[in-house]
Design a protein around this ligand. Structure first.
Ligand SMILES: NC(=O)c1ccc[n+]([C@@H]2O[C@H](COP(=O)([O-])OP(=O)(O)OC[C@H]3O[C@@H](n4cnc5c(N)ncnc54)[C@H](OP(=O)(O)O)[C@@H]3O)[C@@H](O)[C@H]2O)c1
Length: 269
């Protein structure tokens, strides 16, 4: 039986993916910050819950060694946990900026490091890192979230070379908009009332964002992640969702400068 470890399994893409893999007969380690609050996943066949906060090294080490001991072998790690810090860069506190990187970048790296010795010993394994179409293009006023996802892109792409030599794969998942808790409790808006210069831009951006569609379902993402895991391809990036595909096609056709001018016009014009 194949096995997968998923971070951020309490909701959204992580939860839907845990269920999808379990239904396909995989053993799933659904990790989350507060497993005691999870009422659904723990009752499903093939799913075990583990406590893991990606910003807490002790919890990462404890979960990794417990999962490897319980499962015997792990095949795939899905680095999914993440949230979005948005708003004007100048309005974000140093603490907010650091925590955004702690979760989305350093947390992902720490989880990767925790499972690497196991994958190296097995000469096999796959890291699937959840980035975003926002790891390949940008929207205005999201510089901090984007910078974490662009970091995940560079980290994953370069890491894939060295781990590829050891029989370990790294792949990137690039969702477009997905209807999860991401736009609600997982989005932090940095605002500072002493910086009114940004107010009009923020209002325009919020209006433009509000008029875009709801995006894909978390279940659609789970299917795409399963396909990326099992397709046997040496493919680096999986752009998942019609909106993400369209945006990426536009970026490639228009080139950087024309795309950026169009985005400025659409969001702030
Ligand atoms: N939804 C979208 O439109 C979209 C688009 C592109 C990329 N993504 C990416 O997809 C991933 C999953 O997001 P989602 O859309 O499924 O949103 P979500 O439903 O809000 O799920 C976010 C998950 O991350 C977890 N998390 C946050 N901080 C954590 C920490 N320190 N340690 C462990 N887990 C932590 C949350 O756990 P708690 O319940 O404990 O808070 C939750 O399980 C993120 O990396 C996000 O950047 C989402």
């Amino acid at each position: 039986m194949k096995s997968i470890v998923i971070t951020g399994s309490s909701s959204g893409i992580g939860k839907a993916t845990a269920k999808y893999f379990a239904e396909k007969g995989w053993k799933v380690a659904a990790t989350m910050r507060k497993p005691e609050k999870e009422t659904e996943l723990g009752n499903l066949d093939n799913i075990s819950l583990y406590q893991l906060d990606v910003t807490d090294q002790a919890s990462i080490d404890a979960a990794a060694s417990q999962i490897i001991s319980d499962f015997g072998s792990v095949d795939v790690v899905l680095n999914n946990a993440g949230y979005g810090l948005i708003g004007p860069f100048e309005a974000a506190t140093d603490e907010q900026i650091r925590y955004q990187f702690d979760v989305n970048v350093f947390g992902l790296m720490a989880v990767t490091k925790a499972f690497l010795p196991h994958f190296r010993a097995n000469k096999a394994g796959m890291f699937l890192n959840v980035s975003s179409i926002g790891g390949l293009i940008t929207f205005p006023l999201i510089s901090l979230y984007h910078s974490t996802k662009w970091a995940v892109e560079g980290f994953s792409e370069s890491l894939a070379y060295e781990l590829g030599e050891l029989g370990i794969q790294v792949k990137l998942i690039e969702p477009g908009g997905v209807a999860t808790d991401f736009g609600g409790r997982s989005m932090v808006l940095a605002m500072d009332e002493n910086l009114p210069d940004y107010n009009e831009m923020v209002a325009k951006m919020q209006a433009a964002m509000g008029s875009t569609g709801g995006g894909s379902t978390a279940e659609f993402l789970a299917e795409g992640i399963y396909a990326a895991t099992t397709d046997g391809k040496k493919q680096m990036r999986y752009i998942i969702g019609p909106d993400a595909e369209q945006t990426w096609a536009m970026r490639q056709q228009a080139g950087d400068d024309q795309f950026i001018a169009g985005m400025r016009q659409r969001m702030l014009g």
